[in-house]
Design a protein around this ligand. Structure first.
Ligand SMILES: [Zn+2]
Length: 254
């Protein structure tokens, strides 16, 4: 396959120049990045963030490389992309949509969440529950996942802006995900950003792969919960979290 030839070229180029970032100019950037991630043992599953491997301008190159690949898919589906006016340009639209929108959380670094100190005498010690709208995509079928995450923390030594909870949740969601994984990912990233040990994430979502195909269940709803620290061990904290969610659901704009 062309891929292995490309890897050899990359290796040769890297050896000659003594720099593993060089020598890929003639090769596909996608091949080069895959090579580097495999070499480093870096996982690059649909739900993984690979922004550390990308440089300025790489996304545009990757979109250019993905466009003919999507053209091949359309051709394989026997869609006349030359004469069908609605299918002209679809391959490029798909390439851009994957990189810039529905999977953007794989390629962009974590949102900047400036932390503010919460260590004065009148520090906030209560529970904070934020409702975040989510749009994601299942990695099994590439069908849309749509729902809401409720993120609860007991404030620790620092606080982040309220909109940052949703930015972090969306950054985790804009990938190919499983809802179970997504719940864990959001909990981990919120923990990193806030330093809170006591936290909970509850997601309620509908899945295109259950609605548009397969069982065609139009009202299916999937719920997942991750609880850590006192949210897990203290029934009072757990109840307060779920009571907050119920109140949010009652007052949230439908
Ligand atoms: Zn699915």
């Amino acid at each position: 396959m062309t891929e292995s030839v490309t890897y050899k070229n990359i290796l040769a180029g890297a050896e000659q120049q003594g720099d593993d970032d060089k020598g890929y100019e003639e090769a596909y950037l996608g091949d080069h990045l895959r090579f580097k991630m495999r070499r480093d043992g870096k996982r690059f599953w649909a739900g993984d963030n690979i922004s550390d491997y990308l440089h300025e301008g790489d996304i545009e190159k990757l979109i250019d490389e993905a466009t003919p690949a999507f053209e091949q898919v359309l051709d394989a589906l026997l869609i006349d992309r030359e004469n069908d006016p609605n299918s002209k340009g679809t391959a490029r639209r798909l390439a851009k949509m994957y990189f810039n929108e529905i999977m953007s959380g794989r390629y962009e670094p974590a949102p900047d969440a400036t932390a503010f100190p919460n260590d004065s005498a009148d520090r906030y010690e209560g529970m904070l529950v934020v409702r975040s709208e989510l749009r994601s995509m299942c990695s099994h079928h590439h069908q849309p996942v749509s729902g809401v995450a409720y993120i609860g923390i007991i404030a620790a030594e620092k606080l982040i802006g309220l909109s940052k909870y949703t930015r972090i949740a969306q950054w985790c969601a804009r990938r190919g995900t499983l809802q179970e994984e997504l719940c864990n990912d959001i909990a981990r990233e919120i923990q990193k950003a806030t330093g809170a040990e006591n936290l909970g994430v509850y997601i309620q979502a509908t899945h295109g792969c259950c609605e548009n195909r397969g069982i065609m269940a139009h009202s299916s709803l999937t719920q997942t919960t991750v609880l850590q620290g006192s949210f897990k061990t203290d029934p009072g904290a757990k109840k307060e979290f779920f009571d907050n969610i119920k109140m949010q659901q009652e007052y949230a704009s439908k």
